[in-house]
Design a binder for this molecule. Structure first.
Ligand code: SF4
Length: 298
């Protein structure tokens, strides 16, 4: 079981980036964090992995993975776990790779962390590259990142993440920049390889999010809705979730213009077509079975 509780994250000058968040996820389940750019998705991922900018002020963070409170681990222990038990797939693969070392060396560093014997390195490296779609992996091993196309670099980064010891995987906009063929390779391998890991997927694409077991919708650092993805997508409770669904390319893009002043109680108030006086006065938190939403709507 993965559980997360966070009271909030603010900048050093007091600007709130994330408001209270709490959710839990059974082992082997996936959750998509959905929201526009700047909604706090990547900040939350960095908070989980212990990679936040030290200038940010984090309050009340407790993360449990299995029986362990991983947020209380020392920095050295967190460093040992990252790349082995906690895997992060960044959204810009080429920037993640070290430009000064070959793919062979970078894969070798990952294998060392995973406990693979040195004599097995080349065979395992080739097998990882084959898994991510390189039919002839050996010439890739001696290349440097600048010799790869963007799509090839994304696939190499994916190969680097395929730790057999992964308990927690966070993928940040994993399909960004991939062509449809590589999206299929990624999606199949991601769910197969990490089938027993807790998977968090950061995406602005609500269609892609529908493949996850649960969805958590963020707007300006506030959780607008959370629940089993089928229920959230078929019967969204929050007008903000509805707006995101309607904004998918499949439904045609729609712009949401600000139609009234902002409100401190609901981050969507300035734009929401269903806003009323009650939005400023009523208790917005609603819960029903496994669902949560923040709105006057029932
Ligand atoms: S609380 Fe009001 S403004 Fe906010 S999403 Fe719900 S209806 Fe819209």
């Amino acid at each position: 079981m993965f559980t997360l509780r966070l009271e909030g994250i603010t900048t050093s000058d007091g600007k709130r980036i994330l408001s209270p968040i709490a959710f839990s996820l059974e082992e082997g389940k996936s959750l998509s964090l959905v929201g526009e750019s700047g909604s706090g998705k990547t900040t939350l991922a960095y908070a989980i992995l212990g990679l936040l900018d030290p200038q940010l002020k984090v309050s009340g963070l407790e993360i449990n993975l299995g029986k362990e409170n991983i947020s209380s681990l020392k920095e050295k222990e967190k460093r040992d776990r990252r790349g082995k038990n906690w895997v992060y797939l960044p959204q810009n693969g080429i920037a993640f790779l070290n430009p000064a070392t070959s793919i062979r060396v970078q894969l070798g560093e990952a294998l060392k962390k995973w406990g693979v014997k040195k004599g097995d390195f080349e065979a395992v490296e080739a097998s990882l590259l084959r898994k991510v779609g390189f039919k002839d992996p050996y010439p890739i091993l001696d290349k440097y990142p600048y010799e790869l196309s963007g799509g090839m670099a994304e696939r190499v980064v994916f190969a680097l993440s395929l730790s057999p010891l992964a308990e927690l995987v966070i993928a940040d906009e994993p399909t960004n920049g991939l062509d449809p063929k590589n999206i299929d390779i990624f999606t199949e391998l991601f769910s197969k390889h990490f089938s027993s890991s807790t998977r968090l997927i950061i995406t602005h694409d609500i269609d892609y999010a529908s493949l996850s077991d649960y969805i958590l919708v963020l707007n300006k650092g506030v959780v607008m809705e959370y629940g089993p993805s089928k229920q959230v997508l078929e019967n969204p409770k929050s007008p903000y979730t509805k707006a995101l669904i309607e904004a998918t390319p499949r439904h045609g893009l729609k712009g949401y213009v600000q139609i009234r002043d902002a409100s401190p109680s609901c981050p969507f108030y300035g734009f929401c077509p269903l806003a009323k006086e009650e939005c400023l006065k009523e208790e917005l938190d609603k819960r029903q079975d496994k669902r949560y939403w923040r709105c006057i709507q029932r």
